[in-house]
Design a protein around this ligand. Sequence first.
Ligand code: PRT
Ligand code: ZN
Length: 226
Amino acid sequence: GTATRDRLRIAIQKSGRLAEPARSLLAACGLSWRESRDKLFCYGESLPVDLLLVRDDDIPGLIADGVCDLGVVGRNELDEQAGERARNGLPPAYRELHGLGFGQCRLMLAVPEEWEWQGPQQLQGLRIATSYPAILAGWLQRQGIDAHVVELSGSVEIAPRLGTADLICDLVSSGATLAANHLKPVENLLDSEAVLAGPAGGFDDARAGLAQMLLRRVDGVLQLKD
Ligand code: PRT
Ligand code: ZN
């Protein structure tokens, strides 16, 4: 996106785990919006900062394409799509600007609970189901393990029971989902939380100052919290 704009556009999740905390944080930063009827676009009233309400998966791409300037998205999603770009030979398009202290979870390997876990070398030749193939493939490569990555878009935790994979790599927060599926976490690939993401290259117009101000306010709001 090379278009010059004098308003900042932030993509946040429309509904889901990060939707409400993202809006609350931005409201605490002094932003307010006039909502449109379709509620996909919220025009900023207190400041020239508009919201776009989208699926979390779309946020990194919207920043890469310059459709949005900033986004609130899970580090897991940002790193996955960055890894996918890298594997396709594309240059970095976005970067993490600030951790936001909500949406915490871990991307973990989990195995059937009766397994005796002896370490990553045990994974050689096995099938691992995940929605995070790029992060997993990168980790396997760094461990020197050759395993089969089975990409699934959802219900990853039932793959071992269905026989489509031997183990899984999925997000874990309370651990209840793993326990309910007789799986146990064995390796942590990523500590994740919601982050404020922006373009790799920054801005060269009025958006630079707006983004800087927003970052300062985010910093202030988060410091008040802890
Ligand atoms: O519709 P849209 O595509 O926008 O939403 P989504 O369904 O893809 O995303 P959503 O709202 O489920 O998650 C958004 C972000 O929340 C994720 O990208 C993570 O950054 C963060 N997050 C935090 C989590 C979890 N915790 C989490 N526990 N995302 C998913 N889970 C799932 C996990 O995949 C597993 O199925 O919850 C289950 C495990 O939870 P526990 O508590 O049983 O361990
Ligand atoms: Zn999603």
